[in-house]
Design a protein around this ligand. Structure first.
Ligand SMILES: [Fe+2]
Ligand SMILES: [Fe+2]
Length: 203
């Protein structure tokens, strides 16, 4: 399926607001792909259809996931909106013709909402583009836009920081994949920092 065919199918499947968001994410992700010399084709597909699982409204997503044999974890059972990422992987394969072997695209869709450890460049770009597209307006979005174009991991770490804080404040659950992603980058940053300090001391 061509990208244009995917776009038309997506437009038919999603509410106008969600479709327009998807197009903005796509455009932002392409800017980032160019900036970081990433795989433009993978980024294009994954960003455009990242929310294709939203064709199932959250009231039905638990039932739909179970019907399709998609495992539902306790956090998703409580916050079914999270399931649109797993449902998205299903529709990417069965509706938008993405190869089941295309882990790069499928994982970017799968983890676009929670993040996780060991994300690919494509997945980080889709995750961040989803948050910084021009339609987003939340406290700290400008700083996140800046960080996302400076360094992908800095952007990711800042996103986890914002999101985890917001989830706690709102009394919501934090998905273990997000914690795994946060911890990995926090450790990496701390290790880099202590190395820097050591070097300073030695000089
Ligand atoms: Fe999403
Ligand atoms: Fe999205």
């Amino acid at each position: 399926m061509t990208l244009e065919e995917m776009r038309i199918l997506l437009q038919k499947s999603l509410k106008a607001k969600r479709y327009e968001h998807s197009v903005r994410v796509y455009k932002t992700a392409l800017e980032m792909a160019e900036h970081y010399h990433a795989d433009v084709k993978k980024v294009a597909v994954a960003s455009l259809i990242h929310d294709c699982g939203r064709q199932i409204s959250k009231e039905y997503s638990v039932a739909k996931a179970k019907e399709l044999g998609i495992p539902v974890d306790p956090v998703e059972e409580n916050q079914p909106i999270l399931l649109h990422a797993k449902l998205g992987v299903y529709y990417a394969i069965h509706k938008y013709g993405v190869s089941p072997d295309d882990r790069e695209v499928l994982d970017a869709i799968r983890y676009h909402s929670t993040g996780t450890a060991d994300m690919t460049q494509t997945a980080k770009i889709v995750f961040l583009a989803d948050l910084i597209e021009p339609g987003r307006d939340f406290e700290g979005v400008e700083a996140l836009r800046e960080a996302s174009f400076q360094d992908l991991d800095r952007g990711m770490l800042l996103s986890y920081d914002n999101t985890i804080r917001y989830l706690l404040e709102d009394g919501l659950l934090i998905h273990p994949d997000a914690i795994a992603g946060y911890n990995q980058l926090a450790v990496k940053t701390k290790t880099a920092q202590s190395k820097k300090e050591k070097n300073k001391k030695n000089n």
